[in-house]
Write a protein that binds this ligand. Structure first.
Ligand SMILES: O=P(O)(O)OC[C@H]1O[C@H](O)[C@H](O)[C@@H](O)[C@@H]1O
Length: 272
């Protein structure tokens, strides 16, 4: 069979499994060894060129959200990436995206992105490397826009944000997080300074999920709420109860890379 860029490819390690595809360099599914799916993937995703896949882990580059003149969230999430390495049984894969005639038309810089996936029985590591392959410096913003599946958002708590400064992206309001146990009774689109310690997602009856990040300086917490979902064509009504996006992001101080320089950021999920 001809491999299409949407064809899911798999990694398997001691009962854990992961599916990803070359389109968007996107992880679509992650089940640690307990077999519980930990990523949300919308059943309304279109799987069409030029459209982002809704769910899993979209890669946001070179522009986060509408913070610039590019299409929302840049272009990495709706391009075909190349497969550099795929070793199904060692749990490792590497995908690459480079500039193309199309990207140069809207963002005139040569670049190389490498996404490295490492699956372990209880853990998933995602590492993004950004390299400036141009003869001039450039800056970027980026994120690993992880859609974490939850059994019911109403019972979810997120721990580890206490003391961090947050900015509500829709209003620009800033506050210092006082709660050690954050609940999500309504829509949220908040950019937090990255916590020094891991975040813990408690979503009973599933076991706790620890979330760490390095390199990325912010964590974005996003859920559109029921009114927001009704505006998003590729999310079914009610699906806002089934996920919480916890995104490792670099937004407020865009890294500037000189020719040949690289930047790296990582997000790690650990069960139990
Ligand atoms: O609908 P999308 O283009 O995928 O964006 C989904 C969301 O991504 C991020 O979390 C942003 O902070 C939100 O403002 C945005 O709505």
């Amino acid at each position: 069979m001809m491999e299409d860029t949407f064809t899911p490819l798999q990694l398997q390690v001691e009962g854990a499994s992961l599916r990803f595809c070359r389109y968007g360099g996107q992880v679509l599914s992650w089940q640690p060894a307990d077999g519980q799916e930990r990523l949300f993937l919308s059943d309304r995703s279109l799987y069409q060129s030029g459209q982002a896949i809704r769910g899993g882990v979209p890669i946001i580059f070179p522009q986060f959200s509408g913070r610039g003149s590019l299409p929302k969230h840049g272009f990495a999430r709706d391009r075909a990436w190349a497969l550099l390495q795929w070793d199904e049984d060692s749990g490792q894969a590497e995908l690459e995206l480079r500039e193309s005639l199309e990207t140069l038309q809207i963002w005139p810089f040569a670049f190389r992105l490498v996404l490295k996936l490492q699956l372990r029985p209880q853990q998933l590591q995602l590492q993004l490397t950004v390299e400036n392959c141009d003869r001039q410096p450039w800056s970027f913003t980026a994120a690993l826009h992880s859609y974490l599946a939850v059994p019911d958002l109403a019972t979810v708590h997120l721990q580890g944000l206490q003391g961090r400064w947050g900015t509500e992206q829709t209003t620009g309001d800033r506050w210092q997080e006082m709660e050690c146990d954050r609940h999500f009774p309504q829509a949220i689109d908040a950019l937090y300074e990255a916590p020094a310690q891991p975040l813990t997602l408690l979503a009973p009856p599933w076991s706790a999920l620890q979330i760490c990040q390095t390199g990325f300086t912010e964590t974005v917490i996003w859920n559109p709420g029921s009114a927001g979902v009704s505006q998003i064509g590729d999310l079914a009504s009610g699906s806002e109860q089934q996920f919480l996006c916890v995104e490792a992001a670099v937004v407020q101080s865009p890294p500037r890379l000189e020719p040949g320089e690289i930047w790296q950021g990582q997000q790690v999920f650990q069960v139990g």
